[in-house]
Design a protein around this ligand. Structure first.
Ligand code: ZN
Length: 103
């Protein structure tokens, strides 16, 4: 089970985007890497295909390693270490390391 899920808000803890927070928009199938809104922006130049068309610059968030982010707890608003606990019914739940809330 991954610590980070799509839709989570995370804090980038290392690299060029250190200190930036954003929403997780994609988790790679291996769960090793994620895409975060506004983080690791890659600019792509789109050349015009037809005459008279304008070229475009498309900005896209690149993948970053999941180990480079911390989850921001929606309950206490702090970047926290997530742990997992087994709740009733054998379902695994994420627990905030700061406020112990189930997130
Ligand atoms: Zn918390």
């Amino acid at each position: 089970m991954s610590k980070i899920k799509k839709g989570d808000i995370v804090l980038v803890t290392t690299g060029d985007d250190k200190g930036r927070t954003g929403k997780v928009i994609r988790v790679s199938p291996s769960a090793a890497r994620i895409q975060v809104e506004g983080v690791n922006i890659q600019k792509k130049h789109h050349r015009p295909k037809k005459e008279g068309e304008k070229g475009q610059i498309i900005e896209k968030s690149g993948f970053i390693f999941i180990s480079n982010v911390k989850l921001i707890c929606p309950k206490c608003g702090k970047p926290s270490k997530v742990s997992h606990a087994r709740a009733g019914g054998g379902k695994r739940k994420r627990i905030c390391g700061k406020c112990q809330a189930v997130i």
